[in-house]
Ligand binder design. Structure first.
Ligand code: NAD
Length: 474
């Protein structure tokens, strides 16, 4: 049975949109259609798939303003929506160049056995399920889907039920791109639809929370299908005494509060050398106080509404817990209800420690707890005292000072003298460490390669000696 789901508007708090969630039978039908179309898609030369994705990119370009407006309705923010659509456009180009590299022709090469040469085929998983979250609704919907399509897979995609208003426009873009619609279907639905997709697919890409990721991993394991999991984070920033405090404060402020802090690779903990900690906090707080809420409209200010009510509750609980355990709010800290939406100004806290939920659990909001450390050893220990391992940042006067610290941080990507580079430099291959995920890199050529199984072709010379056990020759 399909079901209707109402969707809340993050600015007004009203349920003003509705989607039809696909049930397991409907998902099965979609997957069956995609499975039938996939072999001829995979059989095309990669150049043809690249051309179809280029047509898709043109369609997204034509509909850029419409997509931005719909994302604005989904998330309540404007500037980030523009960045998001543009990231999709550049992402298609990057993934296409990676695909060309992955499918470069391979010759037969020699092996250790002088009469055997080898080469390989790349065989795409037929149907990939892509399941995405609400924080960057379009970009994270396409970040796995596009490389999978270029690899030769068919894709069934389900964006989050919290932010689905862009789906009709995305479908229109797909319809405008040659025969892309035969191998790429976007469905509406919630967790039950997502779970049904895993039952019907040959591989799953999931971006979301650790809790749901665990359920996805279990379901995929039952079916022996790969699960590529991109999950939560609790990214630390380490600031040494030699860092330029002014530019570091600007970077940390942006990295902690961009998209209202709804970013997996946002900075959620800051460790500063004690000798400069007070100056850093003052600089950071002064800058934070200049950041405005995106009111009265989405094109005003910088910090949009907290997108989901569940997230509002998490932010409130973590702040209350930290204050009850002795944290001091230097600036911000009040969740403001305006016109039905909930907003939080950049919030800087001191007096924090690792007994606080704010320092251990994912926050996903514009909150910046700052803690002093005494030496690099302690900074590394604090940065690594977490179950997460998504990314991190290190700031120092020179790369030579920062890199030894960066090398010791247990995370899949470390930005030096900046933040969030892991999300902005698609060439840099990375894996998610610890509870932040599982599976091949979503960056670089492996972003395409992970959707392909390798079939080895091993060729014995027809006249070559054969090391068989039995000599049955007459
Ligand atoms: P979520 O786990 O609640 O939901 C994500 C998606 O999973 C949604 O589409 C949802 O409908 C679907 N889903 C729910 N139950 C399912 C099930 N049993 N089987 C299959 N699908 C199911 O996450 P969210 O709240 O939408 O997103 C926020 C989380 O995503 C944060 O933890 C954030 O850190 C993480 N995230 C990670 C990255 C990354 O690249 N590592 C990027 C963005 C967000």
């Amino acid at each position: 049975m399909t079901k209707q789901i109402t969707v809340r508007n993050p600015r007004t708090g009203r349920a003003d949109y509705e989607i039809t969630a696909l049930d397991a039978a409907a998902v099965g039908e979609v997957a069956g259609r995609l499975r039938a179309a996939q072999p001829s898609w995979a059989a095309r030369p990669v150049e043809q798939r690249i051309a179809v994705l280029a047509a898709f990119k043109e369609a997204v370009t034509r509909r850029r303003a419409e997509l931005v407006r719909l994302l604005e309705d989904d998330t309540g923010r404007h500037q980030v929506s523009v960045i998001e659509v543009d990231a999709v456009l550049s992402g298609v180009d990057r993934a296409s160049s990676f695909a060309a590299e992955v499918f470069a022709p391979a010759d037969l090469v020699a092996t250790g056995d002088p009469s055997v040469r080898t080469t390989g085929d790349l065989v795409a998983y037929p149907v990939v399920a892509a399941i995405s979250p609400w924080n960057f609704p379009l970009q994270l919907a396409l970040i796995d889907a596009v490389p999978a399509l270029l690899a030769g897979c068919a894709v069934i995609l389900k964006p989050s039920e919290m932010t689905p208003r862009f789906i009709p426009a995305l479908r229109a873009c797909i319809a405008e791109a040659a025969d892309l619609a035969e191998v790429f279907t976007v469905v509406e639905g919630d967790g039950a639809t997502g779970a049904a997709m895993i039952e019907a697919a040959d591989a799953v890409c999931f971006t979301g929370s650790v809790g749901t990721g665990r359920a996805v991993a279990r379901a995929a394991a039952e079916r022996f299908i790969p699960a590529f999991l991109e999950l939560g984070g609790k990214d630390p920033a380490v600031v040494t005494a030699s860092a330029d405090l002014d530019s570091t404060a600007s970077a940390v402020l942006w990295g902690s509060t961009v998209n209202s802090g709804h970013a997996c690779m946002s900075i959620e903990r800051v460790y500063v050398d004690r000798r400069v900690a007070d100056e850093f906090v003052e600089t950071l707080a002064a800058k934070a106080e200049k950041v405005r809420l995106a009111l009265p409209g989405p094109t005003d200010g910088e910090i949009g509404p907290i997108i989901t009510e569940a997230q509002v509750a998490i932010l409130r609980e973590q702040l209350e817990d930290a204050v009850a355990r002795g944290a001091k709010i230097r600036t911000g800290g009040e969740i403001e209800l305006v016109g039905g939406g909930s907003y939080l100004r950049p919030t800087v806290l001191t007096g924090v420690d690792h007994s606080m939920r704010l320092m251990r659990e994912e926050t996903f909001g514009p909150i910046i707890p700052v803690m002093a450390y005494d030496d690099a050893e302690e900074a590394v220990a604090l940065a690594n005292d977490t179950e997460f391992g998504l990314s991190a940042a290190v700031f120092a006067g020179t790369a030579e000072e920062a890199l030894p610290i960066a090398h010791r941080i247990d995370a899949g990507g470390v930005s030096v003298n900046d933040v969030c580079l892991t999300g902005m430099v698609p060439e840099a291959e990375k894996n998610s460490f610890k509870m932040s995920g599982l599976g091949g890199s979503r960056m670089g050529p492996p972003s395409v390669r992970r959707f392909l199984r390798r079939r080895a072709l091993l060729v014995r010379n027809a006249s070559g000696p054969r090391p068989w056990y039995y000599d049955t020759a007459e």
